[in-house]
Each structure stands twice: as structure tokens, then as C-alpha cells.
Write a protein that binds this ligand. Structure first.
Ligand code: NAP
Length: 243
């Protein structure tokens, strides 16, 4: 069988970087997109992949990214994140705009642009990393939970719209994963970010990457629709067992 190509957005860190490594180990040619080109270039050297600049919030950047990808079998919509933890009464519009642009419109833009290639591959697969925040709410989280709910709705709509096409759709729904996520959420405040993961063992990026690779390596007729994964000590977005 010829080499299949997997495109990963937000491959410069965390879950995206671990997924690129894992999919490359599983035999995929990986195409790595992110704004920090130096990081994806370094990872591309380690994985024999291709690094390309990508800002999912910029339509021109997405168009030029996709133009440079001749074929695509797997798309991992991973670029995203959170900004702030303000209650609605103190909502920060810039934070909301960032979260909606990156998680929701970014996923729409990249998926829309790559769908023709995914269908043409004869065995395409869209894997979207949403979050448990896409399925529940918590105090201070409305900007992120609303964006992740919208991203999840977008992804699940694809499953319906492309029923009958040779494209699978998998939603990955993680709980707490220790990455740069919380440092970015709290604007570089590493102490505040560390507290999110204190007193229990969080997931690490490689745990999520393993599951993404498992989904991507099932036979073409097997569609894993939705995979929810959390640390054992996490019940939901606001309840943890901390030692
Ligand atoms: P991370 O370590 O902060 O990585 C985020 C990635 O997204 C980076 O590679 C970043 O690359 C990329 N990104 C951000 N804005 C982008 C843009 N405009 N264009 C292109 N790439 C962009 O966080 P992570 O935990 O791995 O998060 C990955 C995904 O998992 C996100 O969608 C997040 O919402 C979701 N998730 C995370 C957790 C968690 O607890 N960590 C839980 C559930 C779901 P550049 O900055 O180089 O562009």
C-alpha cells in the first residue's frame, strides 16, 4: 500500500506534536502545521515529515497551506486552546474572539479546504480534538466551553453530511492533559497553570496521541465516532480527586 498522508494542525506542541510523532511511527507521511515554524521544522526532521506555516485564523494562510498538500488521507484538527477563566459578567471579548476564531472558525476553514482531497483519497478521515468542555459547562469557562460545543457540533455535522462518502469522522474528547494549554490559558502564568494538574496524575499528550493513532489505523469500514478520555482522578470539568 502507498504511504498515507496525515495533516496535523497545531503540531508545534502538546497533543499535536505527540500525534505527529505517533502517526509517523505508524507509517504515515505527516504534514505539520503551526505558527511557530521553527518548532514544526524541527519535528519534521525527526519524523521525516513536512513542516508548513499555518495560522488557522487567517484564510490566506490556510489557502496557502492546503495548496502545498498534494494529497490528504487523515486530517487531525488539533489547533486550539483557551484564554482566561472569566465569568460571563466579566467576559473578555478579545479572549472570546481568540477562542472562537481558533477552535471553531479554524477547524471549519481547514476542514472545508481539505475535504475535496480527503474524499478523493478514497479513504479519508477527519479527527477533531474537541474537549469535555464541548459537552459540559463549568464556572468561568463559557468562552471555551461555548467554542468547544460549537466545534463539536461542526464536527458531528460532517459525519451526517458525508454519510456515503469514503470519509470517516472521529471526535476525540479529552479531559485534563498536561501540555502548554494552561500556561497559554493563563497568559504565561506557570504557577497558576501548574495548580490545574496538582494532586493527581493528568493525561499527557502521548496518551491522546495513542488514541488518535488507534482510531486512524482501524480498517476503513470502522468509524469510531466519539472517544471520551480523562485521567482516572477526573470526573468532569470541575471535579477531581486530589491527594
Ligand atoms: P498546546 O500545548 O497549547 O498546543 C496548542 C497547539 O495549537 C500549538 O501547537 C499551537 O501552535 C496551535 N495553535 C494555536 N493557535 C493556532 C493558530 N492560530 N494556527 C495554528 N495553530 C495554532 O495545547 P494542547 O493541550 O496540545 O491542545 C491541543 C488541542 O487539544 C486544543 O484544541 C485544545 O483545546 C484541546 N484540548 C486540550 C486539553 C488539555 O487539557 N490540554 C483538553 C481537552 C482538549 P502555534 O502556537 O505554534 O501556532
Amino acid at each position: 500500500m502507498s504511504t498515507r498522508t496525515a495533516v496535523i494542525t497545531g503540531a508545534s506542541a502538546g497533543i499535536g506534536a505527540a500525534t505527529a510523532t505517533s502517526l509517523a511511527e505508524a507509517g504515515f507521511h505527516v504534514v505539520l502545521g503551526a505558527r511557530r515554524l521553527d518548532r514544526v521544522e524541527q519535528l519534521a526532521r525527526q519524523t521525516s515529515g513536512t513542516a508548513l506555516p499555518l495560522d488557522v485564523t487567517d484564510a490566506d494562510s490556510v489557502a496557502s497551506f492546503v495548496e502545498q498538500i498534494p494529497e490528504c488521507h487523515v486530517l487531525v484538527n488539533n489547533a486550539g486552546g483557551a484564554k482566561g477563566l472569566e465569568r460571563v459578567e466579566a467576559a473578555d471579548e478579545d479572549h472570546w474572539r481568540w477562542m472562537w476564531e481558533t477552535n471553531v472558525l479554524g477547524t471549519m476553514r481547514v476542514t472545508k479546504a481539505l475535504l475535496p482531497k480527503l474524499v478523493a483519497s478514497g479513504d479519508g478521515h477527519v479527527i477533531t480534538v474537541t474537549s469535555i468542555a464541548g459537552h459540559e459547562v463549568y464556572d468561568g469557562g463559557s468562552g471555551y466551553t461555548s467554542a468547544k460545543h460549537a466545534q463539536s457540533a461542526l464536527h458531528r455535522t460532517l459525519r451526517s453530511e458525508h454519510l456515503g462518502d469514503p470519509v470517516r469522522m472521529t471526535e476525540i474528547v479529552p479531559g485534563a492533559v498536561e501540555t502548554e494549554f494552561s500556561v497559554n490559558r493563563f497568559d504565561g502564568d506557570a504557577d497558576r497553570a501548574a495548580k490545574v494538574y496538582q494532586g493527581y496524575e493528568p493525561l499527557v499528550a502521548e496518551d491522546v496521541a495513542d488514541v488518535i493513532t488507534f482510531a486512524a489505523t482501524r480498517p476503513p469500514h470502522v468509524n469510531l465516532d466519539q472517544i471520551v478520555m480523562k485521567p482516572r482522578a477526573q470526573l468532569n470539568g470541575s471535579r477531581f480527586h486530589r491527594e
